[in-house]
Design a protein around this ligand. Sequence first.
Ligand code: HEC
Length: 158
Amino acid sequence: MSKKLLFLIPFGFLIAGIFGVFQFLQPSATAGVKVVLQPQNIALVRQGKAVYLTHCASCHGSNLEGQQNWRQRLPNGMLPAPPHDATGHTWHHSDSYLFMVTKYGIERLIGQTYANAMPIYEGIISDQEILSVLSYIKSTWPGEIQARQDRINARGQR
Ligand code: HEC
């Protein structure tokens, strides 16, 4: 190896180190996975529908219609499950926000205690299953709503 290349080795470590620290400082919620929903991916959407019916439909409804009077808090102070169809506010959020809510729950996402009935799916279903179920949900929205949610992603909003 030439002297010039040897000289580059510590420099390489430096870059790797900076990159590592940068990664570490990133909100770890998506664990370095860039989440991009794939509503056009037929196989993924089919899988997601099965995941949805098994894990989500009991609260969010088999037709994604949510629970009755979902905007009104229950006597216990918690909100009912909102719809995941176009009438809800799921599409107001970015892919990574939806992924994090599903995997880690609302409290961890907002960083404060907040009594809510949404389960935490970390360790219950895989990241890939979360991607599939959210892709399925997105696939049910009309094209215009999908496009609006695409713009929320593009703007880097939550
Ligand atoms: C035990 C009932 C229950 C089950 C099962 C459930 N959820 Fe929820 N979910 C809720 C409730 C209740 C909320 C609203 C919580 C709040 O805002 O206080 C919610 C909220 C959400 C939100 C946030 C929506 C928004 O507009 O902010 C997402 C995303 C979500 N759920 C996805 C899922 C997925 C995906 C599954 C299945 C893997 C699932 N949920 C299963 C009850 C449930």
